[in-house]
Ligand binder design. Structure first.
Ligand SMILES: NC(=O)c1ccc[n+]([C@@H]2O[C@H](COP(=O)([O-])OP(=O)(O)OC[C@H]3O[C@@H](n4cnc5c(N)ncnc54)[C@H](OP(=O)(O)O)[C@@H]3O)[C@@H](O)[C@H]2O)c1
Length: 295
């Protein structure tokens, strides 16, 4: 998962053609450079041969030594070579360039089309499979975002537990290993998915063990509303990909060792807010608040 098993990359015909042409172009320029260096050395050699060694001494044309004409002819050939490389064969001509550009553009369009289709189907680039469900974080958090201490809850709110049971009944509940271990036993009528990095973590029958959050979500993909039920570590990771947050905001601040991440109101929109006063079964004032991700 997490996109480890990528399909091998193949170079197609068009890409191969582009590559070959690029190599050809490099060779052309290399040859021109060698020609230039040979010309410089050759010119010096001709001058030395004529002036210092005396080769063809006395052979002149229009009053000039023969090497002047030899160098001029060679210079002309070199210029012709330059012209060929930079003008005539400038990347196989304009038409060729246009054709390559069109090919590249149509390839990009094809790729964009594929990505758009994948997005429509909800296929993420990091291994998330087809998405049909509304991933929901469900949590009870204090005003200072405290959610737990010593691997336990901090308060007792009877109505919150009832709401938790009603909302999650019949669904997948995704949790971190520590939260799972804070339960006396698995909750009835829910499919438990426990996330751990341990390779051989043992859990009671029926409890699904996974090693990544993405695996947990993929397993629950046919559930219309899988719930992430904590704790702090898992909320922190899941809030980036969740669709909804069902939070019971406890109107008090507590000392804690585990916290819910800050809800960014530029990302999350509050759609319901129901205040409850404390009573015999609920020791603090609280509000049931639902957030959905802004479009
Ligand atoms: N107020 C609420 O609504 C609420 C709800 C739930 C929990 N809680 C509280 O939260 C506290 C527990 O939360 P916590 O943050 O300490 O622990 P947690 O999130 O429940 O579990 C943490 C564990 O999950 C596993 N894990 C985390 N990220 C992982 C990843 N990316 N890949 C694989 N495994 C991963 C690791 O297990 P391994 O160490 O086994 O590898 C890690 O130790 C408790 O106090 C609990 O009572 C409160």
């Amino acid at each position: 998962m997490f996109g480890n098993s990528r399909a091998p990359q193949h170079i197609d015909k068009d890409q191969l053609e582009l590559l070959k042409n690029a190599q050809k172009r490099i060779k052309q320029k290399k040859r021109l450079y060698i020609h230039f260096v040979v010309f410089l050395i050759g010119a010096v050699f001709l001058i030395i041969a004529n002036v210092f060694i005396g080769v063809g001494k006395g052979l002149t044309l229009f009053g000039k030594n023969w090497f002047v004409f030899a160098i001029l002819i060679w210079l002309f050939l070199l210029l012709y070579h330059v012209f060929n490389v930079f003008i005539t064969h400038k990347f196989m001509g304009k038409a060729w360039e246009e054709e390559q550009l069109q090919k590249l553009m149509s390839k990009q369009k094809e790729r964009i089309g594929e990505l758009e289709q994948k997005l429509e189907e909800g296929v993420g680039h990091e291994g998330l499979e087809k998405k049909k469900s509304e991933l929901t974080l469900i949590v009870a958090a204090a005003e200072n975002n405290a959610i737990g201490k010593d691997n336990n809850l901090i308060w007792h709110l009877s109505d919150d537990l009832k709401r938790f049971k009603t909302l999650t009944n019949g669904h997948h509940v995704i949790m971190g290993r520590k939260t799972f271990e804070s339960f006396p036993k698995p909750l009835p009528n829910r499919t438990h998915i426990v996330i751990t990095r341990q390779a051989n973590y043992k859990a009671p029958e029926g409890v699904i063990i996974v090693n990544t959050l993405i695996d947990a979500i993929n397993i629950a993909k046919n559930d219309t509303q899988p719930f992430v039920i904590g704790g702090g570590e898992i909320y922190k990771q899941a809030i980036a990909i969740a669709d909804k947050i069902e939070i019971t905001r406890v109107h008090e601040a507590f000392e804690a060792d585990t916290f819910f991440p800050e809800i960014d109101i530029t990302v999350w929109k509050e759609i319901t807010n129901e205040f409850h006063e404390k009573d015999a079964n609920n020791e603090y004032d609280f509000s049931f608040i639902t957030y959905v991700r802004n479009q």
